[in-house]
Write a protein that binds this ligand. Structure first.
Ligand SMILES: [Zn+2]
Length: 235
């Protein structure tokens, strides 16, 4: 287990082997309701206002025991204490944000499609809109997730990044005679910087290389997932 923001009144982390992230998530339900995001590889971020089917205005949602399932969103923010936000990961990048001043937290799942569509920026803008967050107060963590070492893509994917974000050329590594590699952690970090976030930690862990620590869809077709989670603690 990798724990985050241990100096803040939050419970946040990322599960590692041998834990099964979904089983760990069931365990979280014993203390608090859990928001499950449906992961559609888009850029939508839900604001969680209550733990009931109307709790994510603008999104379809329903309850399954103490799970609030929110559909069509890869990210969520909340200022409710005692509610977990959660996403599952098999190489895609988790992005956490905490606003210790406004008492709000956020979490997003960014695969290459979500990264390209700018979910990292939308996560920050949603914090600003919903809670009046100052980006300078936000603390963000990116990854663990697939690193540039292993994220080999087709030329069309590499081009999609540099077409949309000309500065992303710095994060696309051409290998003559081979397929390009893309640093999607770096692109997500840049997207946060563009929104004014200055406090950003980037995990060096690559889920694809580090077989002892992580399940990886790309490396082995694993269907077991890591869980990223964050809860603002009850006062
Ligand atoms: Zn790697």
């Amino acid at each position: 287990m990798i724990r985050l923001f241990e100096d803040l009144p939050v419970d946040a982390g990322f599960t590692c082997k041998p834990l099964d992230g979904k089983v760990y998530r069931d365990g979280l339900l014993e203390t608090s309701p859990v928001v499950r995001l449906s992961l559609v590889h888009g850029c939508a971020v839900a604001v969680i206002r209550s733990v009931d089917p109307a709790g994510a205005p603008g999104f379809r949602a329903d309850m399954d025991e103490d799970y609030l399932d929110v559909y069509d969103a890869d990210g969520a923010v909340t200022d409710l204490p005692g509610v977990y936000l959660s996403t599952t990961h098999g190489d895609c990048i988790p992005i956490w944000v905490c606003d210790p001043v406004r008492g709000a937290v956020g979490l997003a799942h960014a695969g290459w499609r979500g990264t390209l569509s700018g979910i990292a920026g939308n996560l920050v803008r949603t914090m600003i809109r919903a809670y009046g967050s100052d980006p300078a107060d936000l603390r963000a963590v990116i990854g663990p997730g697939i690193g540039a070492c292993c994220f080999e893509v087709g030329p069309d994917v590499a081009e999609a990044f540099t077409d949309r974000y000309p500065w992303a050329e710095a994060y696309v590594y051409a290998h003559p005679g081979a397929r390009p590699h893309v640093d999607i952690k770096g692109i997500n970090a840049e997207l946060l910087v563009l929104e004014g976030v200055t406090q950003i930690g980037i995990s060096p862990h690559c889920t694809c290389c580090e077989e002892d620590l992580f399940w990886s869809h790309r490396r082995s077709g694993d269907t077991t997932r890591m869980l990223a989670f964050i809860e603002k603690r009850k006062a």
